[in-house]
Structures are given as C-alpha cells and as structure tokens.
Design a protein around this ligand. Sequence first.
Ligand code: TYM
Length: 329
Amino acid sequence: MPRVLSCIQPTGSVHLGNYLGALVNWVSGQHDGNVYHGIVDLHALTVTESPQVLGNQTIELAAMLFAVGLDPNVATVFVQSHIHEHSELAWIMECTVSFGELSRMTQFKDKSAKREGEFISAGLFTYPALQAADILLYDADEVPVGEDQRQHIEITRDIAVRFNHRFGDTFVLPKAVHPKAGARVMDLQDPTSKMSKSATTDSGIIYMLDDNATIDKKFKRAVTDSDGVVIYDREKKPGVANLLDILAAATNTPVETLATKYTQYGPLKNDAGDAVVALLDPIRTRYHELMNDRGELARLLSIGNDRAREVAAQTLGRAHQAIGLLPRI
Ligand code: TYM
C-alpha cells in the first residue's frame, strides 16, 4: 500500500475548492493506502497576526475533516504543531534548499505582492521548507493536492534528492497526484482566478458552511459570458467551464457528457447549485454535531497525533543519523 500524505491550512473557512480539489480524494483514498492528513497550523502562522484565532480554526478544521468522512481509525489525522518533529526537520530542509530556489516560488511572489506595505514574514519565504518536512517525515509516496501545489511538491523532490545525494539515501521521493475533476475550482465571480480564501469578496466562494439558500444564490449569480452557448472551453469560456467542472466533480459525471446536456446557462447554474447543496448539506449537519462535542473531537485528534508522532520521530532520527549529528547524550 502506498504511503499517502496531504495537509490543509487552518486559515479562513474551508471552501468548495479545498473540498473538490483535495478532501474528496482524501476520503475516497483512505482505504487504498496508509494515509496521513495534517492540519498545518504552523503554515498558517506565516500570515496570522491575531491571538487566539489559530487554535479555534484548527479545531473547526478538524471537525470538518471528520465531517467530510475521514475515519480516525483508518486515516491518521494530526495537528502539525503537536508533532514537534515538523519544525525540527524544517530547519534541516531550510539548510538543504537554496535562496534562489525559494525566490522562484510563485506562491511567495503572489502572497508577498498581495501584502505589499504590510508585514511579510520570513516564514512566508521559507514556507516550502516546512512543507517539504511535512511530506518527507512520513515517507510519503503520493501527495494528493490541487494543481496550485504542484511547485511545492516539485521543490520537495528536489530537496529530497539533494539531501539523499549529500548524506545518503534517507528520504522517499514523493510524487504529486492531482484529481481528474476538481483539481482547479475557480472563483464563481472571477473564473480566471482559483477559488481561494484570500479572494477580496465572498460572493464567488462557496464555503462548506454556507446555507443552502446562499449556495443557490451564489450559483445563480455566477459570472459566465454573453454568447449563450454551453461548450467546455476553459480558455475561451472560463465561467461556463468552471460550472461544468463543478457539476462533473459533484455528480461524478464526465464533463464531456454534461456539456452536451445543456443548451442554456440557467439550467446549468441551477443544476450545479443543486448538486453542491446535495453534497454539502449532510456534511454541515455532521460538522455541527462534532463541534458540539469537543471532548470527542479532542479524542479523535489524539488518535492521529499519537500515530503521527511515532512515524515522525523515526524519520527525524534517521535524518540526524545520516547527517552525522552527535547522538543525543
Ligand atoms: P491549502 O490549505 O491552501 O489547500 C488545501 C488543499 O486544497 C487544494 N485547493 C484547491 N484545489 C482545487 N481548486 C481550488 N480552488 C483549491 N484551493 C485549494 C490545495 O491544492 C490543497 O491540496 N501548502 C498547502 C498546505 C500544505 C501541504 C503540505 C499540502 C502544507 N504542507 C504537505 C500537501 C502536503 C496549502 O496551502 O494548501
């Protein structure tokens, strides 16, 4: 069975892009591999400035991960800051990646440009080193992520290759796995940008906790184009293609089949909205049940934390040994 690892940041609310691009596959894949899923609060710290926010967002995200169907007895769900090996291996990764490589990361360029004039943490720049640590600590063969994470997995491979070359075979080389449908869910108001927590307005983002009427309204108001023909063409008709992609992912139907079924935008928007409502409604109910039982949530998380700690400690030990750090006295 392959080792599978993927993580998500507890920043803002989970949205349909996270769900269709990542979480659906985490759930469907949990029986096909030895899977690890982290709530990466230390990554969120790169942009967090208010006290007492991250902990709440971490527990909310944990409830969401269990609500979408991750089974703590099957999948290892853990909190990154509870496994100190992540920070420790991240430093070693920082010493294995170059300033030039980090400077070429598009996420750093985008995020720092958006924060122009504001505080830009060094952590935002070294972020990929921590992500490499997340992945390599668990000897992951596969990392299921949306398209936006491609560059991060490539740099992780580069770091692993360099480390293995310098210090001997230590880390498994991971590969990114992208879902067929939903790999890139776009903003409903700006279908040339990905649906993202950092968008300026909420009207193009479907949040997992939006109520049914809100979801319906957001789909009805989705931006399309003026030529009125339903064709799947991401370049020329990004709005229509996004609706088709979402409907395809939500109903598990090939996008080509769907494209021939519609002649007008109205019914396509309605069906996409209905399909997403049907998908999210039961998840929301389960989420609220879990949030009302904090003791149970903590218990579920501790199962994953214990399992993650065991693996992470072994891998970090292997890395220290390969480098030849003086064994602990
Ligand atoms: P994050 O928290 O931004 O997103 C979590 C997952 O959701 C996917 N995703 C999307 N997929 C399709 N369409 C979208 N609009 C969309 N928006 C987000 C992301 O691709 C991701 O799979 N750096 C990572 C977190 C991370 C990580 C890791 C991931 C830290 N360490 C180790 C994998 C392995 C991030 O910010 O994801």
